[in-house]
Design a protein around this ligand. Structure first.
Ligand SMILES: Cc1cc2nc3c(=O)[nH]c(=O)nc-3n(C[C@H](O)[C@H](O)[C@H](O)COP(=O)(O)OP(=O)(O)OC[C@H]3O[C@@H](n4cnc5c(N)ncnc54)[C@H](O)[C@@H]3O)c2cc1C
Ligand code: FES
Length: 282
């Protein structure tokens, strides 16, 4: 499994100031922000890790890194406005400053997936935490077997990174399949839920790794479909979300059974969490 990269040894609870260099509007309520440090270099991160982003005077929330791990100049984050803090982050103008601490958490097992067929399955905003893994995999695709990116959104207007999906889909070394729950006249693609795409893929279940990120109900159904297709439970990895405060394993806010999602996760193997994932209250 890829080793996670630890946050700076300086106080991990202290946000550093980062400038918003650019903002791209992705959908009606989602924006991608490029952040550069006011001082020093951007720390390295591993695909799957997250930062705590602080909107001054409002609050701090966990947000996965969505940029290219090979680019050491910035952190890229893709955020949906759902409440006070995320709305303030999505509204941040170029030139403004946010607090940032991290990176935290575990990583997608990209290195361990070498030599395997690889299914990367995202639902909704879940494509953002998977995008760094996709960049890394596609930069060395010859090290993997068949590679597929399966992506589902509520509707065409909610799909993220459509230009990149098209560019990836045009490559010979990756299959991209996109589906929407609800179509509109602009959509000529697949309609249905993302686990239904798994049946259409050509992969060797005895030698497949799967990386999953999206709403919890999508994770449950996708993991069940993969198990049904014969993929081993310890070859399926999911990124979990829980409310967080400290992000360093101290406060217990993110506890998920025996695991702290901030420290043991967010990327966790399905065999470790399958029983807990079936219990909605956890
Ligand atoms: C490891 C991790 C990575 C994340 N990565 C991203 C990302 O890349 N992009 C992104 O937009 N968001 C991401 N989130 C979710 C993000 O942290 C929440 O949307 C944010 O905390 C909401 O805060 P708020 O103050 O804006 O809204 P609040 O007022 O706190 O909440 C608004 C709504 O969002 C729900 N909510 C709040 N926090 C979470 C959470 N952690 N998980 C699920 N639902 C939540 C609440 O139940 C409520 O319905 C991530 C969360 C975690 C734990
Ligand atoms: S957020 Fe404090 S223990 Fe995980």
């Amino acid at each position: 499994m890829s080793a996670a990269i630890a946050p700076s040894p300086a106080d991990p609870m202290l946000p550093a100031p980062w400038r918003v260099r650019a903002v791209r509007r992705e959908t009606a309520d989602v924006a991608t922000l490029d952040l550069v440090p006011l001082e020093g270099d951007a720390p390295r991160f591993a695909p799957g890790q997250f930062n705590m982003l602080y909107a001054f005077g409002i609050g701090e929330v966990p947000v996965s890194v969505s940029g290219d791990p090979a680019d050491p100049t910035r952190f890229v984050h893709t955020v949906r406005a759902v409440g006070a803090v995320s709305t303030a982050i999505v509204a941040a103008a170029p030139g403004s400053v946010l607090g940032l601490r991290g990176p935290f958490g575990s990583a997608w097992p990209v290195d361990a997936a070498e030599g395997h067929d690889l299914l990367i399955v995202a639902g909704g905003l879940g494509l953002a935490p998977l995008r760094p893994a996709i960049y890394q995999v596609l930069a060395g695709s010859e090290r993997f077997g068949r590679i597929a990116v399966l992506y589902g959104g509520r509707g065409p207007a909610e799909l993220l990174f459509r230009d990149e999906l098209a560019a990836w889909g045009a490559r010979a070394d990756v299959t991209v399949a996109v589906t929407v729950d609800h179509s509109d006249p602009s959509w000529h693609g697949h309609v249905g839920v993302v686990p239904a795409l798994i049946k259409k893929m050509d992969f060797d279940p005895s030698n497949t790794m799967a990386l999953l990120c999206g709403p919890e109900v999508m994770l449950r159904f996708t993991a069940t479909a993969l198990r049904g297709a014969g993929v081993a439970a310890d070859h399926i990895f999911l990124s979990m979300e829980r409310n967080m405060k400290c992000a360093i394993g101290l406060c217990g806010h993110c506890q998920f059974g025996a695991d702290f999602v901030c420290k043991d996760g967010p990327v966790l193997p399905y065999d470790r969490i399958a029983a807990r994932l079936a219990v909605r209250e956890i």
